[in-house]
Ligand binder design. Sequence first.
Ligand code: BGC
Length: 516
Amino acid sequence: MAGGTIVSTGPIKNYNGGMTTFVFVTCFVAATGGLIFGYDLGISGGVTSMNEFLEKFFPSVYKKMNDGSSKESQYCKFDSELLTSFTSSLYVAALVASFFASAITRVFGRKISILIGGIVFLVGSIVNGLAQNVAMLIIGRLLLGVGVGFGNQSVPVYLSEMAPAKLRGGLNMGFQLAITIGILVANLVNYGTAQMKSNGWRWSLAIAAVPAIIMTVGSLLLPDTPNSLLERGHMEKAKSMLQKVRGTSDVDEEFQDLMDASEQSKLVEHPWRNIIQPRYRPQLVMAILIPFFQQLTGINVIMFYAPVLFKTLGFGDNASLMSAVISGLVNVVATFVSIFSVDKVGRRFLFLQGGIQMIICQIVVGVVIGLKFGINGEGSLSKGYANLVLILICIYVAAFAWSWGPLGWLVPSEIFPLEIRSAGQAINVSVNMFFTFIIAQVFLAMLCHMKFGLFLFFAAWEIVMTIFIYFFLPETKNVPIEEMNRVWKQHWFWSKYIPDEAITGGIQLPAGKTVA
Ligand code: BGC
């Protein structure tokens, strides 16, 4: 999948060796990294809608919810800063941790970072499962966040370095697929534990230990990447590792390229200073705006709060959790559409088509809820309308899952030239985490104040981002990374930023090299 390449630059070469057991195990570790992230994204919504959980930790929210005489608007029943900080604290921790992780990944290797991620995440899930008070809950979430920060930072790097070049694109989207599977599993677990007489929420939180154990044990069994060994000066070890990973002793060409790459990357001293130069303006703008827009689609309102949202709209407890399972399933299945089509129809088509589909769904949902549910939620949704809202939300989730979901990670990762790659990736990840945090933190307050207008708010942003893509994002399908400057140079707006020599010259790195 050429367009999905994360890190390969330089002439396209065919190195020896293909899929080996090592590569397969690598996929598995990557999957557990995606799973822990997805499990977190999906679990908190269901848990925060469980009565026993609310009664124990957030009694004021619980009281408000069940107080029929309350004048509180239906839209505001769940609004509690403490409740949102339970969900959002994880993403602040992940944001901060990913900076530390990037240093550890570089200095001590990828394996250590994955191991640290797994262990901290495991401790977090235990603290959460045993939680006696809100403090324990939040501390547990912070630990999970540190785990996610380490995992998200190191696993993709590990993956790209272990994978043969021709499998890299598929693996990139495989990570997103694992995220969606993690979300779905969390929704299913919530559905199951909600049927328990007591302590269902505990199980939901504690089961996060399962992917954490797999990730921790997996990381112990894994070798470090040849690139990382080389980076740390172990030349002999690096070579024999590459032979092992590729399943052949004839790896000279790739190894030479890795060594050149390692040398060249040492020449790039100031990626942070580099990236603010005008010639990198298009990449810098994309590294900030793409993750920002991805979160402004409002997707995590559904991922975090679908059960709460459905409950607000009058669905019963079980129906609310079941609805989250249904939208989670749609999310997984629709991701395959992208995996199979992104290198054929291109990124722009998926972005634009998905964007338009999301706009229509959000507007109709906003109007239906506004008209039927009323300004203060004094009305109620008939079963037919409630189902219509659920169907529209599923169509919206499907659109996200084949557009902004995977492309929000893929496109930024394939447009950075080597000399700004590490800085660019760091910006992309941290902007994403920051706005994930913001959405998690303010959604319930926004629902309370903007009511059905919230859906129109996200629709408005989707219109902005779709127009942005139409005018400013060139097609990158099947373009080798080292050729990417040509794409910007031909663009009506960005061409003025790209110096002529950038097309012929510039630092080039052989295929197979990744910068952490
Ligand atoms: C986003 C997450 C989102 C998930 C949904 C990812 O690409 O970064 O914020 O929850 O997709 O599947």
